[in-house]
Design a protein around this ligand. Sequence first.
Ligand code: IMP
Length: 190
Amino acid sequence: MKLVFATNNPNKLKEVQALVPSHIQLLSLVDIGCTEDIPETSPTIEGNAIQKAQYIKENYGYDCFADDTGLEVDILNGDPGVFSARYAGEAKDSNANMDKLLNNLKEKKDRKAQFKTVVALHINNKLETFTGICPGTITIKKRGTKGFGYDPIFLPNGYNETFAELPLEEKNNISHRAKAVKKLVAFLNN
Ligand code: IMP
């Protein structure tokens, strides 16, 4: 079975490919010739995931799934949330995003946060969504070089290592995206 995963992020592709059974072959956006920026104009994480999956179905005709992720910080009332990618500006620069967040949390004791991923699946003309949440805290400074995005400043609950210090297999056991994708796989297996 071939299924489009609406991403060109090689890190995400690697994470998700490791979670889906081998009979499901994932195609990326490049594989289907989609090189334009897909609109993400919804005010919610769920809305953006749905928008991306619908865009591929409408414009390319493939069944597909898309994900959208946000980092929600309690003391910032859920920010950066749906604005996580552009927190420090349109450049979508992960280092600048982390610097801004660390600065906004300077001297704050409550550093609780959660990653939230919504996966939207468009299949057989039906839409399904799957949500995964990973609770944790924001560190005082960046630690580790693995992963991507906000990984160097996110300490998942129950661990002393940030996502950027943990091996990919470990992140994939507990991450927001893994939880959502495992629900997707269970759905596809039924
Ligand atoms: P997107 O919606 O998946 O494009 O991600 C929104 C923002 O969250 C981007 O800045 C990503 O780099 C970041 N992000 C998404 N997934 C993860 C993750 O697993 N770890 C760290 N940052 C992530």
